[in-house]
Design a protein around this ligand. Sequence first.
Ligand SMILES: C[S@@+](CC[C@H](N)C(=O)[O-])C[C@H]1O[C@@H](n2cnc3c(N)ncnc32)[C@H](O)[C@@H]1O
Length: 280
Amino acid sequence: MKYQEILNYGSRILKLNNIKSYNLDSELLLSSTLKIDRSKILLNLDKKIKIEEKIFFLNLIKRRKKSEPIAYIIGYKEFWKEKFKVNNNVLIPRPETEILVEQVINELNINSKKRILDIGTGSGCIILSILKERKKCMGVGIDISKNAVKLAKYNAKIQHIKNRIKFFNTDIDNFYSNKYDLIISNPPYIDLNKIDDLDKDIKNHEPKVALDGGIDGYEKIRLVIKKSSNLIKRKGKLFLEVGFDQAIETLRILNIYGFYNNKIIKDLSKKNRCIISTKI
Ligand SMILES: C[S@@+](CC[C@H](N)C(=O)[O-])C[C@H]1O[C@@H](n2cnc3c(N)ncnc32)[C@H](O)[C@@H]1O
């Protein structure tokens, strides 16, 4: 079978199983199977696939047709300027979360020596991307999930920033420490009752603990703000990602805990996404 034929076959199966991005996904899975770039496959469509590669590819298609996200199947996701290893213990890094990274980088000049805390670090994508850009800063990432912390540590190792970051497996509620200059968090913020309405890719595969924001969606946002008010230095800044309709209520909670001078940043679809707040 030629690359072109196996690609078409994969696309057809995915299409029949209602996977919207069937052509792209078939190409990505073949690229992962053959360990070559997609562009190289498209330039060699007449080349023959080996039998063991075909079996491997069809296995990946079988996983994707059950809505397993591509990032979990191929084992990584590109975020900011790096590839982050991911698995089903961590949320797949989202493009909108790059706004948090961008805002923190804008806030810090190249020689800043700040102490930064990332609450709910997951794959470590936010804090590691920041540390890569600001080489004199130190970071701490915490997560309630032991397996997430394991993965974040691995990502720090392969990106060679092990000596400026520490990861701890802890519930934010039980975390006590010296104070930080900056705190960042992309907490779980989906209303528990709405998790069932999410796409199958998300609700059946991504970890509930990374999505579940409690009965009103604000349980973890409230907890992060409350704890941050003790963990942050005076005039320190808190950078939060929230759901597109959560900015107003989040601002109210921030004010209760002594955070003011708020700035709201919109994402590419013009939805309120990131809130930057100063502890007075
Ligand atoms: C929305 S995910 C964000 C992951 C990553 N920071 C990102 O932006 O891709 C939220 C993370 O918070 C963690 N988490 C949930 N509840 C927590 C808690 N009480 N204390 C610490 N981490 C928590 C989850 O395990 C998950 O990794």
